[in-house]
Design a protein around this ligand. Structure first.
Ligand code: FAD
Length: 318
């Protein structure tokens, strides 16, 4: 990831409104985007989710949208998630509390209003609480995504507050952050659900490791803390080295396949996802949908030069 020399430029482009307009308008973009995004509508997401569930994998559906600039937009995001939760409640995989829930939604607090200049935190908290209540009724889990480091304290404090009423609510920790191991120790307690990922944003050296080797080493230290803790680790990585370590750490800490899960992104290493599920592992697929796919798509391009090459080739060889 972090050895890609173009990563900073692509992540900067992910914030550019000019480029966003150009790239989202290019007709060819859509076919490439389809590789990573289930579609623009909830119906498309549910069709893709059905196909994944039918192969024995679990799902976490994300409605794309992160730059919420007013309360009405936050309200629209809440409405979309409520509709999604009610559609998911109708699936046979919806579950009562207790045990692993095959259905999950992933939510970004920025979509729920966290960055609004007045009362952003309180608006996001209230909106997230509404979604937690609906998820509980629907037999669906929620995990709150991690965004850039300026949001980490606010996001973790919102999750902590909501977990008093909804102890199943999951949080995400990013191993590229220098604080990650400390956060893992604080959050690895009984019943906690922590998704561990490397981190997808462009972060300064002051707060984040920059070299891939350091990010990977931090990931393994964090993973050990979670595996030795009392919670339910969610191991979000496509990295073969991490996946191999996960299995040995799980058996070394007396966990069986039901006590943790692997997670990967929709469209990435599908064969490996099926292989792990076939071996009896719990394998959850993060499935994004919606019209606002630009930021998500650019973060995927930044991760992997091969993805970028694929995209650029498709743009220039119609
Ligand atoms: P990398 O270091 O990117 O890749 C390591 C190795 O994995 C590669 O060398 C290759 O062997 C293999 N690999 C990776 N990608 C591919 C590919 N496309 N095809 C084939 N092999 C590949 N980030 C956040 O900041 N916040 C979040 O809330 C968040 N949620 C996530 C949820 C899930 C379920 C997942 C899987 C990721 C999430 N991420 C999130 C993104 C994450 O932080 C990383 O940016 C992303 O997963 C890439 O890191 P990696 O661990 O897969 O390994």
């Amino acid at each position: 990831v972090f050895e890609n020399p173009l990563r900073p430029a692509i992540l900067a482009a992910a914030r550019s409104t000019t480029l966003k307009a150009a790239i989202t308008r290019a007709p060819v973009t859509r076919s490439i985007v389809k590789r990573f995004i289930a579609g623009e509508t909830r119906a498309a997401a549910l069709t893709a989710a059905r196909a994944i569930l039918d192969t024995g994998r679990l799902i976490s559906i994300d409605h794309l949208g992160e730059d919420t600039t007013d309360e009405a937009q936050a309200g629209a995001a809440v409405a979309e998630y409520l509709a999604l939760l009610s559609d998911l409640a109708a699936l046979p995989e919806a579950r009562e509390p207790g045990g692993v829930r095959p259905l999950e939604v992933s939510v970004k607090l920025s979509a729920l209003g966290q960055a609004l200049p007045v009362d952003g935190r309180e608006i996001a908290l209230a909106n997230a609480r509404t979604l937690c209540a609906a998820a509980e009724r629907s037999g669906v889990w929620i995990t709150v995504d991690a965004e850039d480091h300026t949001t980490t304290d606010s996001t973790l404090s919102i999750v902590r507050e909501l977990r008093a009423d909804y102890p199943w609510l999951g949080a995400v920790l990013q191993s590229y952050l220098r604080r990650a191991e400390t956060d893992c120790r604080a959050l690895a307690g009984p019943d906690s659900r922590i998704r561990l990922c490397k981190g997808a944003y462009r972060e300064p050296d002051l707060v984040a490791f920059q070299a891939k080797a350091d990010v990977d080493a931090s990931y393994l230290r964090c993973l050990r803390v979670l595996m030795e803790g009392g919670g339910y680790p969610m191991v979000a990585s496509h990295d073969p080295a991490i996946i191999a370590e996960t299995d040995s750490m799980a058996s070394g800490t007396g966990r069986d396949a039901a006590d943790f899960e692997h997670q990967m992104l929709y469209g990435i290493r599908d064969g490996e996802q099926l292989r792990l599920a076939g071996l009896g592992a719990q394998m959850r697929v993060y499935l994004p949908y919606g019209g606002q796919w630009y930021g998500y798509f650019m973060r995927r391009l930044a991760e992997r030069p091969a993805n970028l090459g694929f995209f650029v080739r498709s743009v220039f060889t119609r």
